[in-house]
Design a protein around this ligand. Structure first.
Ligand SMILES: Nc1nc2c(ncn2[C@@H]2O[C@H](COP(=O)(O)OP(=O)(O)O)[C@@H](O)[C@H]2O)c(=O)[nH]1
Ligand SMILES: [Mg+2]
Length: 65
């Protein structure tokens, strides 16, 4: 465990730029709702990527301007 690394990644940006799409691609399964209308994501959705020596927790932000 001594080389294990972990951290959070927040995905921020204007609405409809592809944040949820990116998160889904990174996590590898569809966990966030995607649509071509604004404010589809209303709550922060965490995607967790586990690797042998690391864990990344992704946070998809619901609204940005
Ligand atoms: N052309 C293009 N469309 C994309 C790309 N990524 C996402 N989209 C589309 O853009 C729209 C908004 O994507 P979404 O992930 O919901 O954006 P969010 O509001 O930032 O979370 C959807 O219709 C996606 O299919 C991309 O790289 N290229
Ligand atoms: Mg979204």
């Amino acid at each position: 465990m001594e080389n294990f690394k972990s951290g959070f990644v927040s995905i921020i940006g204007k609405t409809n730029v592809g944040k949820s799409t990116l998160l889904n691609a990174l996590v590898g399964e569809k966990i966030a709702i995607m649509a071509n209308k604004t404010q589809t994501t209303r709550t922060a959705i965490k995607g967790i990527v586990n690797r042998e020596n690391a864990q990344i927790v992704f946070i998809d932000t619901p609204r940005n301007s």
